[in-house]
Ligand binder design. Structure first.
Ligand SMILES: [Zn+2]
Length: 60
């Protein structure tokens, strides 16, 4: 199984800078919540509570 691997077409969250699951995208810690998924005792809007956001990688 690959439950920790995002599937292509997964909805983007506000903090995503690249399409989740895309070849040229990688996960990074959410800069807002620092990877906790929580911000001020509420779900972090930036990452949708996952603690991670997608960013472009390998771009020239
Ligand atoms: Zn976050």
């Amino acid at each position: 199984m690959s439950e920790d691997k995002a599937q292509p077409g997964e909805p983007m969250v506000p903090g995503d800078k690249a399409q989740p699951g895309a070849e040229n995208a990688g996960e990074d810690l959410c800069p807002r919540c620092g990877g906790t998924g929580r911000y001020r005792e509420e779900e972090c809007e930036n990452c949708g509570g996952s603690g991670r956001v997608w960013v472009p990688v390998g771009t020239p």
